[in-house]
Design a protein around this ligand. Sequence first.
Ligand code: SF4
Length: 343
Amino acid sequence: MSALLEVQHITKVFGGGLFSRSSTVALENFSLAIASEPPTITAVVGESGSGKTTLARILLGLETPTEGQVLYQGKDLQGLSTAEWHSFRRDVQVVFQDPFEVYNPFYKVDHVLNAPIARFGLANSRPERQKLIEEALEAVGLRPENTLGRRPHQLSGGQRQRIMVARALLMRPRLIVADEPVSMIDASLRATVLGNLRQLNEEFGISVIYITHDLTTAYQISENIIVMYSGSVAEAGDIGLVVKQPQHPYTQLLIGSVPQPDPDRRWNTEAATGSSTVAADGSACCKFVARCPHAMPKCAEDMPPLYQTDPHRLAACYLHEESPALQAEEMASVFVGRGQAGS
Ligand code: SF4
């Protein structure tokens, strides 16, 4: 299965070197692959400081990994030609966390919709441009006559975020990276914005990477999940399998800490941030070893690979070492698309 966007064994260190006391290891040996087809919604879930936002910036080409590669249609982002980079910029869109930051208060909201059309030459005439904008707004449930011509302060946070989803849709992308898209808007409007993302996936065939701290909304809209712990994948695969029968001790702890659906509830586990767990000989080991009730001597000696424990699930834990270890480039094959779950 070919991947649209793939990160292979990426590590991102801010500050000194990997084992320097002054450095922060935001991501370590992290891999992820989003298949070209079928379109999927994949949640990347982690606590504050787990490396989610760094991952989003790397996926968008806004940050360069210290080690490892980001591949777009099999090509390293670093080596893309100008034309390929233009294509990447159109194919991979973003919806950021803060729907207020993007708007210039002096411009009408039309500006954020007109800008990408002009930049990418999406329309040849003013009527064509207007039609594109109106279709995109209507697709996310906004009435153009009530939206265009207004200033940012005249719209709610939810409306502003839906305009950002419409803006992403204008480009007819193949992938949207949504970084905590509903964490700064009212709880009553979150379902609408999440519904828009789901709709883009179902009606327009756009894959979504939904980055969140919130397991409940991840479960509501995603088919696949990647659970991150301190910058690495703990468990990944079909969200029904992972949430209902977690196999990694960290995922088990997380699921146990969310006894009822509550979008405002944050996980009550402590974040393990800012440093890599390092074995006595200097090599990286399982990051969860200090807190794991099942820790074995080997867990402190080497970092476990991702074991494929069933066709649609991976767990980075030696408890599952009887299963085959998976290569990063094979990861996309584990994720399910719409209607595939259980196949
Ligand atoms: Fe626990 Fe070892 Fe599994 Fe890490 S590899 S989660 S320490 S059992």
